[in-house]
Design a protein around this ligand. Structure first.
Ligand code: NAD
Length: 497
């Protein structure tokens, strides 16, 4: 008899329907583990609404953090963000605390689940960058009525997630990685993401690599979803298309996910706490059960993961235990649907059974050895690589009600001997010296000052003196240095510049 393998796991039941789906999943894992001599040491931990209500504004108490630091693995129910408690999401806090930069959402056609795409063979994974982009949550009102959010994309963050996507493709025996971006419009942020995808692709041959604009991904996903294998995207785009992808195969009741960091992994359903169903024992627990199979693979328990996944597939295929959301989709009598706990019982009964109409999970390729790849060059070494930047100007974002012509004339006169006013723009469109054909004054302009000598390197004192002069005319919202590296201009041109 093989020795008993034990796995410590932090279990966060969470809010709303969380405790019900967490209990169902835990029972299945314990039962499946017992058949093959594997046991879980569950460390139950709190997060979310109950924690906010106790006055902890982070939503994630110290004991929970300590447990995850110990176990390095968490299975998590949904967490609510109650309105009026500081608006911090405990989910985002967890992501940031443990730097779980990769959000993985596999989407596969399931047996017995009616969808428009039945039989097309949908089997894809959406890999979403999970800590950068607009989710940094850095927002400012530039005037009382002009809001701004900072979209932060780093080369390092992009490289990490794109490598993750390729390595996942290798590990799972997948054939293609699609980098999805909005590089056509956002040349620096999304453009960097696209370029890194292109730079890394040759390292991962023979995986086929392509790039699609994110809106086209949405279109193609609805038209012909089976063409996708692995899709990697920045945070917000990944968020949206992964929800779209889950909708193709049966919806939130089936959408599983994993959040991986360098040392910690957190597994959770995509859905939220569905408060109107809380405590009613009617919600579909499949999403969290399938998330738990990802956790089992992460723990190296591949046979066990296959057993649990196949038991779910066989249960759905048999059609005898259908949760309420499936019955509703089929137009059946929801009163006759299987309860959350009843579904868990049916899966436990099916342990050891393989599905017949869809491939067994056991037929999929296992983790292969992954070639170590060059990692991101950090710190001083990177600075030496890219060299120093020259400062060639300043973008001064200001609140003003002056007309473009009047503002342009006044601001040009303030430029001083080393600088000149290149243009004024409003929401990225030049309004001075050329007038925009149609102009709806937003009360907020950007003045772009540039060095008269293109080879100049402006000292801070020059810019500070300029800021002082201009501030008398119009207060600044924010300021951006215009910089140039040997190989890169660090600012985009305005429309019409
Ligand atoms: P939700 O996912 O909780 O529910 C929306 C609807 O989807 C439900 O009313 C239900 O009809 C359906 N649904 C969801 N899960 C289902 C399941 N397992 N089986 C069958 N049907 C299911 O989304 P919401 O109502 O927008 O959010 C409720 C709360 O959950 C909010 O506080 C939100 O912030 C939070 N939330 C948390 C997470 C997370 O912890 N990862 C994710 C999303 C939302």
């Amino acid at each position: 008899m093989s020795p008993l393998r034990r796995h410590p796991v932090t279990l966060i039941p969470g809010d709303g329907v969380g405790p019900e789906v967490a209990l169902a999943t835990k029972r299945i894992l314990d039962a499946a583990g017992a058949r093959v001599d594997v046991a879980f040491d569950w460390e139950e931990a709190a997060a979310g609404a109950s924690v906010f209500l106790k006055g902890d504004s982070s939503g994630v108490p110290q004991e929970t953090r300590a447990s995850i630091e110990r176990t390095r693995v968490a299975l998590k129910g949904p967490l609510e963000t109650p309105v009026g408690f500081g608006e911090k999401s405990a989910n985002v806090t967890l992501r940031k605390l443990f730097e779980t930069y990769a959000n993985i959402r596999p989407v596969r056609e399931l047996p017995g689940i009616p969808t428009r795409y039945k039989g097309e063979g949908i089997d894809m994974v959406v890999v979403r960058e999970n800590v950068e982009d607009l989710y940094a949550g850095i927002e400012h009102l530039q005037t009382h009525d002009v809001a701004q959010a900072l979209k932060l994309i780093t080369r390092k963050g992009s490289e990490k997630i794109i490598r993750f996507a390729y390595e996942l493709a290798l590990r799972e025996g997948r054939k293609k990685v699609t980098t999805a971006s909005k590089a056509n419009i956002l040349k620096f942020t999304e453009g960097m993401f696209k370029r890194i995808g292109e730079e890394l692709a040759p390292e991962y041959a023979p995986i086929e690599a392509n790039h699609l604009i994110i809106d086209n991904v949405a279109h193609q996903m609805v038209k012909d979803p089976a063409q996708f294998d692995v899709i990697v995207a920045t945070n917000l785009h990944g968020d949206i298309i992964s929800d779209l992808a889950s909708g193709l195969v049966g919806g939130l009741g089936f959408a599983s996910s994993a959040n991986y960091g360098d040392g910690v992994a957190i597994f959770e359903a995509v859905h939220g706490s569905a408060p109107k169903y809380a405590g009613k024992n009617v919600i579909n627990p499949t999403a969290l059960i399938l998330s738990a199979t990802m956790m089992l693979r992460h723990l190296g328990e591949h046979d066990l993961a296959d057993d649990v996944e196949d038991a779910v597939l066989a249960t759905l295929e048999a059609g005898k235990a259908l949760p309420q959301d499936v019955v509703r989709q089929q137009g059946g009598d929801v009163e006759a649907a299987t309860s959350t706990s009843g579904f868990a019982d049916a899966v436990i009964e099916s342990l050891g059974t393989r599905p017949t109409g869809v491939p067994s999970a056991a037929s999929r390729p296992r983790v292969k050895a992954i070639t170590p790849h060059k990692r991101w060059v950090d710190g001083e070494a990177r600075l030496a690589e890219v060299g120093p930047a020259r400062v060639v100007g300043l973008d001064y974002f200001m609140e003003t009600l002056l007309s473009p012509a009047e503002a342009g004339t006044k601001l040009a006169a303030l430029a001083g001997p080393r600088l000149e006013l290149r243009m004024l723009s409003a929401r990225g469109v030049v309004v001075w010296p050329k007038a925009a054909p149609a102009f709806d004054h937003p009360g907020f302009f950007r003045a772009r000052y540039v060095a008269r000598d293109p080879n100049d390197d402006l000292p801070d004192s020059e810019l500070l003196a300029l800021i002082e002069r201009v501030a008398h005319l119009a207060p600044w919202g924010h300021l951006e240095k215009l910089r140039v590296w040997v190989d890169t201009e660090g600012f985009t041109r305005a429309q019409g510049e």
